[in-house]
Design a protein around this ligand. Structure first.
Ligand SMILES: *Cc1c(COP(=O)(O)O)cnc(C)c1O
Length: 399
């Protein structure tokens, strides 16, 4: 049985009519740039995330770029972030002439470790240059926003959340008061989302969103989205064309109503894998380490079902990872490595002073992790197939 890493056709089949309806609506409206489809989708995303404002933009990458631009990040500035993430997190910092200041990751969640962040902030040679913190909610689980937020507050630094993989992911009570759980993107000054087709909420092309509660920031972002002009042809700032396409907004707005069910299905699949792998003996034998859902117990205790992890990816650590991956590929099982090279080791930053930098946890994660198929439409039989093949690999390897 073939098991692809992701099967967008399986998602499309039951939605095809609905999506074509949305496309037809935009085509017939001739409102292709900005307009009511964008505004409606922005309102719905803000409500879903629990923020006052949302701004549709051209991609997740541009969401990060426009947010950092609005903060005035530029040459000479440092932005604390994680070395274990998609390139765009670092790319947005570098494109503004600033430099990423890497805090190594927590080995359990793979997210930025607040203890490492604290060490960096305590360094007198750096602290004056640090202008922002950019944590990533990797694989669909929020970074430790309680501790990250408290540190950022102590050092008066804005936090921009790279929530590209985590729309809707919940975090228990960061800080005092307010709602019991907060959603990704609503805990920092701003949150950035991507609607790349492989994200939990994916468009039929590129798209992104910035959410915030801050009125001044949203005004600035709105202007930056259209070349810094307000009114038209009077340019207050140097912005760019960062607009979300009306077609994408209309399609995404339809898909948004399905998102809670998709999150639930991914979580169910993750729990099923957890059980199958535990029964397989591979965990006890030390061959694999399962992904940890660190906020799950709290949810269980409170007898509620928030999206404590949205499993954009289900990532295991595996002994002999590369040979396991080759074996699975040969047997028709799709996997991926997110990400094989930590950012401080990328060729494009050679010569920027990261050569001597050692971030052992990120380097180890890059060498050991493997993402397995986890999409909502995955069947029990397919999950059995994935687990059975992994069991077979280690049995063969040890015989
Ligand atoms: C997908 C992703 C992005 C970029 O989003 P695009 O829409 O592809 O530009 C940024 N950061 C992270 C962590 C991502 O996973």
């Amino acid at each position: 049985m073939r098991v692809p890493l992701l099967d967008l056709k399986a998602q499309l089949a039951p939605l095809r009519e609905e999506i074509l309806e949305a496309v037809t609506e935009v085509v017939d409206s001739t409102c292709y740039i900005m307009g009511p489809h964008i505004e409606r989708f922005e309102e719905h995303v803000a409500a879903y995330c629990g923020t006052r404002f949302a701004l549709g933009v051209s991609s997740g990458t541009d969401a990060l770029l426009i947010a950092l631009t609005a903060l005035g990040i530029g040459p000479g500035d440092l932005v604390i972030t994680t070395p274990f993430t998609f390139f765009a997190t670092m790319g947005s910092i570098l494109r503004l002439g600033a430099r990423p200041l890497f805090a190594d990751i927590d080995p359990v969640t793979y997210n930025l470790d607040p203890a490492r962040m604290e060490e960096l902030l305590a360094r007198p040679d750096l602290s004056g240059r640090v202008k922002a913190v950019l944590p990533v909610h990797l694989y669909g689980q929020c970074a430790d926003m309680g501790r990250i937020g408290a540190l950022a507050e102590r050092y008066r630094l804005p936090v921009i959340e790279d929530a590209a993989q985590a729309i809707g992911a919940a975090h228990p009570r960061p800080g005092a008061g307010g709602a019991m759980w907060r959603r990704a993107g609503s805990m920092g000054l701003a949150g950035c989302f991507s609607f790349f087709p492989s994200k939990n909420l994916g468009g039929i092309g590129d798209g992104g969103m910035v959410v915030t509660d801050d009125e001044r920031l949203i005004q600035k972002l709105r202007i930056l989205r259209v070349h810094g002009s307000e009114p038209k042809y009077y340019h207050k700032l140097v912005g760019g064309n960062f607009r979300l396409d009306a077609l994408q907004a209309a399609v995404l707005d339809r898909k948004l109503s399905h998102l809670p069910a998709w999150h639930k299905a991914r979580r169910r699949n993750a729990e099923f894998y957890d059980r199958l792998f535990a029964d397989s003996g591979l965990v006890a034998a030390g061959k694999i380490v399962l992904p940890a859902a660190v906020y799950r117990d709290e949810a269980t205790r409170e007898k509620i079902e928030p999206d404590y992890h949205i499993y954009n990816q289900y990532v295991i650590r595996a002994a002999d990872r590369d040979r396991l991956r080759a074996f699975l590929t040969r047997h028709g099982i799709g996997t991926e490595i997110y990400y094989p090279v930590p950012l401080h080791r990328q060729e494009c930053v050679a010569g920027l002073g990261y050569e001597g930098l050692s971030l052992p946890r990120a380097e180890k994660a890059a060498a050991e992790t493997l993402a397995l198929p986890i999409y909502p439409e995955l069947t029990d039989a397919m999950q059995h197939e994935v687990v059975d093949r992994i069991v077979a690999f280690y049995r063969e390897a040890s015989s």
